[in-house]
Every structure is written in C-alpha cells, then in structure tokens.
Design a protein around this ligand. Sequence first.
Ligand code: NAD
Length: 249
Amino acid sequence: MPNNLDNLIKRAAKALKRANYAIAFTGAGISVESGIPPFRGPTGLWSKYSPTILDLYHFRDFPEESWPTIKEIFYDYWETAKPNPAHYGLAELETNGIIKEIITQNIDNLHQKAGSKRVHEFHGTLKTLTCMDCYHNFKYDPILLKKLPASCPDCHGLLKPNFVFFSEAIPEQAKISSIEAIVKADLILVIGTLGEVMPACQLPYLAKKTNNATIIEINIEESNFTRKITDIFLKGKAGEILPEILHYF
Ligand code: NAD
C-alpha cells in the first residue's frame, strides 16, 4: 500500500474515533466486489440493458416487457450475492459503536446480510414487492415470480419490486430517517457512489452545511463529491480499504 494512502487511512481512523456521530452513505460501488455491477460505466447494467425497463410508466404499461429482465438481473442474480469485506467492515464499526447508522442507495440487502442493524434504504429494497392495485406488500418468494408479469396473490393486480423506479418518489419513511441521521452526523463515510443520483446525492452536502461534517470518501476514482466537500479521499476498492481502517480499532 502506498505510504500516502496508509497515512490517509490512519487520519480517517483517527477522525472516526473522534467523531460524535459518524454515519455511512453507500452506493453501488460497495457491492461491486460482491459481483453486482453498478448501473453506469463500461461494465454497468445500462451498457447491456435499457433503463426504460425501470421507468415506472413503461413498467405499468408494458410489464410483460420489463418483468423478465427485472427478474433476470435483480432476482435470479443479485438475490444470491454475498456481502464482501466492506459490508462486514461497516457492520463491525457499527458493533464497535463507531458507525451509528447507514444510509444506502443500494437495494441489495447486503448491509443487513453482513449484520448491520440501522440501515436506511433510501431507494427501497428487493426484499418485498408491492401490488400496484391494492398496495399489499409481499415478502419476496420465488413462487411470486413463477409466472410473469408477476401478479398479486390477493387481487391479481400488477406486482412491482419495492425499490424506486425512475419517475418514482423516495419512500417517505426512508427519506425522513435518512435526513434525521444526516442532520445529527458530524462525519460521513461516503463509499462507492458517484454522487449523481438526485436527491440522494444531496445528503452529504446537507451534512456539510448543517454540522460542517467531515467527509471521508472511499472510491476507486474521484466522484462528484471529491473536489467539492471531501476532506479525506481514500482511493481504492471498498473491500480493501475498509479492513485497513479496521486495523486501527
Ligand atoms: P453509480 O453506479 O453511479 O456509481 C458507482 C460508484 O462506485 C462509482 O463512483 C465508482 O467509481 C465506484 N466504485 C466502483 N467499484 C468500486 C469499488 N470496488 N469500491 C469503491 N467504489 C467503487 O452508483 P450510485 O452512485 O450508487 O448510483 C446508482 C443508483 O443505482 C443508486 O441509486 C442505486 O440505487 C442503484 N444501484 C444499486 C445497486 C445495488 O443495490 N447494489 C447496484 C447498481 C445500481
């Protein structure tokens, strides 16, 4: 590990120890080492599939077109993914009392699988599906997706995964609890997010503005935050940097 990165990791660990209320804000990059591709970039999902499959109105009007792809990329594959050392590292920092809460843009449930308890899923989750007619929620069960488009066992309305589609609002409870966490935070550990998706990308700015929070960022490359609000930039893979930080605890 280059000396400079090692020094920055030491500084990051020190800042985490000193913080009164440190939280993590995570994006697709933290799950890349679990085999889940991000949306953007040369290996991203949008280089292979059209984002229209996740447009709410397109989904509602053409579910027979959207559902098979949604099942293939989200349920057949992501559902079996396992947490990597970055997810486990964050869970350990929560157990140690260092990280108080996690706000994630991810829908893959890997923070919870790694043992994290206080996770706010800003963009919803794959774990449940909701009926677009009667609004009943159903825990994911492969049986629900046996016949596509998936339909509600109660009223036969169209079932939709409970994560946020394009043109859809952020789930109210996740939005409120995320903002509550942000305004308390004096340190944000931003991991694997480009900072492009609105309104999620505004959260670290809000913490900086409210409490002048220290921003520690882990990413393989600079993001939209790096030159604007990041105080300590740790360049590298989340699954490698997080365990290095943990050495100091
Ligand atoms: P993004 O795809 O816009 O950006 C991913 C970021 O991760 C990039 O900045 C990239 O440099 C970085 N990165 C890639 N590999 C990394 C690694 N090993 N370690 C650290 N950083 C790494 O992702 P985003 O900003 O989170 O926004 C995309 C949206 O897509 C999110 O809102 C999220 O809901 C959704 N999404 C979720 C998942 C998931 O649940 N795992 C996967 C893809 C997309």
